[in-house]
Design a protein around this ligand. Structure first.
Ligand SMILES: [Zn+2]
Length: 249
């Protein structure tokens, strides 16, 4: 589903594009290839490949970037990386989880026990080719992308700042959603203290396009949503959180 000249959603449970257990999978036509953010649950990875083929004429070059190592983002990685042959980029802690197939560290064991994921959803180990670091800009297929570490949803969560179609764009993963909703969840590693420490890094970025991994996205005035959460934190209040009516997964 194309949402701007260079940007498409190529998988999503909520939008009905792929498995219901998939986060939004965004893909960007960069100057020298296609950059895919996250890999979904893997339960309908063939649908994701179909959307990629439909949206992009040339898939011979590309890169897969992981925002963090939760099941709905990484369990499809092994299948997609093999089918596409693209290098995988992840943070050091995500790399450890993905390469070892550590389902407990990925939160899969706990969420499966809560009934959040079916038994067939598994984390197949997959090699990560490149490790990115906080604030160190990457050149992915000719597109400049800056990872920013924001703990709170998970210890390994990153958001990604770039310029797309003339718009200052933030791929905000599960860190901050439309309406200033935060991704604080009842799983080990999710921590309001992380948000207190790191969310202020997203102040005054002048974001236009805000592209979260669940729920609504927007191409204009994205900073307002981030600022809403920041204002609540600054006043000593807990911002709205995922699962409380704004975003039903
Ligand atoms: Zn997550």
């Amino acid at each position: 589903m194309r949402i701007s000249p260079t940007l498409a959603v190529v998988g999503s449970g909520q939008l009905g594009l792929s498995s219901r257990f998939d986060c939004h999978l965004y893909a960007v036509q960069a100057p020298e290839g296609v950059v895919l953010f996250d890999a979904g649950s893997g339960l309908k990875h063939d649908w994701v490949l179909g959307h990629l083929r439909h949206e992009f004429a040339d898939l011979s070059r590309g890169a897969i970037v992981l925002t963090h190592a939760h099941p709905d983002h990484v369990c499809g990685l092994a299948a997609l990386a093999e089918a596409l042959g693209w290098p995988v980029y992840a943070s050091a802690p995500s790399k450890r989880i993905v390469e070892s197939g550590d389902e407990a560290a990925a939160g899969l064991v706990a969420t499966r026990a809560m009934g959040g994921y079916p038994p067939e959803l598994r984390l197949t180990p997959c090699r990560v080719d490149n490790v990115y670091e906080d604030g160190v800009t990457l050149n992915l297929c000719g597109l400049s992308i800056t990872p920013i570490a924001v703990r709170g949803h998970s210890p390994d969560s990153f958001v990604f700042l770039c310029e797309l179609d003339g718009l200052r764009t933030l791929f905000s993963a599960d860190v901050v959603f439309y309406g200033g909703v935060l991704g604080l969840i009842n799983v080990d590693g999710s921590d309001l203290a992380g948000y207190r420490a790191d969310l202020p890094k997203l102040a005054r970025l002048g974001i236009e396009a805000l592209l979260p991994a669940h729920g609504l996205f927007t191409l204009r005035f994205g900073q307002r949503h981030i600022d809403t959460a920041l204002a609540q934190l600054a006043k000593g209040f807990v911002p709205r959180m995922v699962g409380q009516g704004d975003i039903i997964l």
